[in-house]
Design a protein around this ligand. Structure first.
Ligand code: SAM
Length: 285
């Protein structure tokens, strides 16, 4: 069954009385070049189990199942289950979990389904939850080698920005703390059904083996990052004093300890400076 053939897709969806949910970010891939490329760049190969988020009608799921030993896919929309039973009927290495990815026990899914395998995540993400899903995957410290995902072009630019540049944000720091981000290729809006109003891009995050901070320091680090970026145009002394409920002096002292100006804004600090700053601040409050 060719899931990138528009007439085939219309026929299946029509027969099941399916209509697209905008709220669930349902834009399905119909460009035949895209899914094989995501799978090939995303560690879908022998020896791997791949976790997919949001199957749609299974166009990417199929390419993953052709290459990896096992695919576990989380899909929230119950209406897609009878469709997937049909489109993925030929594969016995795919298991669908009809759950909300934000609530699913992803660690349990990986350990149960991918015994003896390495693991990776591949997805054409529902755009309304791009950042929360990425942070969830990374903060949960899943035993995964990589996360290869389609996101909005603007989100890709932010994710791939240099930490310490005006284009960076809390999500840039988050993904760069846990791994290394690479932009793989752009995807035009015409590659989807229905076509969204924006272009997209596929990125890969290669996940670091071991954490850089202990759990307590890491928690504080992300409090600083989120607090600082929530008021990114203010100086760190102003934003952190209001967001963390602390005095400005320890912020000045921590900046001074690193040789940084007291009027620094968070977007000017690179990764090492951010980590150093949060450690200095934690010791002073
Ligand atoms: N992978 C398919 C493709 O590329 O054609 C579908 C991608 S579509 C952009 C996003 C998919 O994620 C939809 O099937 C949608 O129902 C599903 N989805 C949306 N929110 C979800 C959530 N919270 N948990 C799991 N799946 C979700």
């Amino acid at each position: 069954m060719n899931l990138t053939n528009i007439s085939t897709v219309r026929e299946i969806l029509g027969r099941h009385g399916f209509n697209f949910s905008k709220g669930l970010g349902q834009n399905f891939i119909i460009n035949p070049d895209i899914c094989p490329k995501i799978a090939e760049n995303g560690n879908a190969r022998p020896g791997y189990g791949v976790l997919e988020i949001g199957t749609g009608i299974g166009v990417l799921t199929k390419e993953l199942a052709l290459r990896a030993d096992k695919v576990a896919a989380v899909e929230i929309d119950t209406r897609l289950l009878p469709i997937l039973a049909e489109t993925l009927a030929e594969f016995d290495n795919v298991k669908i979990f009809n759950e909300d990815v934000m609530k699913a026990d992803l660690n349990a899914i990986i350990s149960q389904e991918f015994k003896g395998l390495r693991a990776a995540v591949c997805a054409n993400l529902p755009y309304y939850i791009t950042s929360p899903v990425l942070m969830l995957l990374l903060e949960s410290r899943l035993p995964i080698d990589s996360i290869t995902v389609m996101v909005q072009k603007e989100a890709a630019q932010r994710l791939c920005a240099k930490v310490g540049s005006r284009e960076s944000g809390a999500i840039t720091v988050g993904v760069n703390y846990y791994g290394t981000v690479t932009q793989l290729f752009g995807v035009s809006r015409g590659s989807f059904m229905p076509a969204p109003n924006v272009d997209s891009a596929v990125i890969r995050i290669d996940v670091n083996g071991s954490p850089r901070l202990n759990p307590e320091d890491e928690k504080f680090f992300f409090k600083v990052v989120k607090g600082g970026f929530s008021q990114r145009r203010k100086t760190m002394a102003n934003s952190l004093a209001s967001q963390l409920g602390i005095a400005k002096q320890p912020v000045y002292d921590a900046l001074n300890a690193l040789g940084l100006p007291e009027a620094s804004r968070i977007e000017a600090l690179d990764m090492e400076q951010l980590i150093g700053f949060s450690q200095e601040l934690k010791n002073r409050i």
